[in-house]
Unconditional design. Sequence first.
Length: 182
Amino acid sequence: MDHTAPPGVRIRNMTADDCAAVTLLRARGWRAAYTGLVPGTYLDAVERDVAEDAERRRASLARGGPLVNLVAERPGPGLIGWACYGPLHRSPAPPGRGELYALYVAPEQIGTGAGRALMAEVLARAAAEELRELELWVLRGNVRARRFYERAGFGADGTEESFEADGAQVPEVRYVRTPGDR
């Protein structure tokens, strides 16, 4: 068990048996965090595609590769959080730099320390893998998540991009952190 986790929370590697729960958690997280920021039709599609997304995750785990998927669980509710990190999406990737692709906590578990425990484990593992910097992308309007990342030592570096969601442009902000900081 990760010593930074609150009592009763265990952080571990994700398994194929977790894929359906992770995909549902992600869909619920999108709905809770992005309502009003992303078109509702796009959120509906994320929720409809849960079974397909779970299959994609299982296949990705079976192939192996550089992504690290972690889950947080608690007796009773079971899986309550998920994080994924690995090499940068963009190429060429500077040496020693990785990306936090996702960190989600069940909406009813926000504020319980599960997200902080997942983040602490990500940062510890990234440092052990000699990833000197991590970056992530967060929706510009997702104030709660931005505060969370800032408390974890990430800072906006001034880079912004948008993605298209059902005809709407959704702006994202890039945050960067050196894992050894804080």
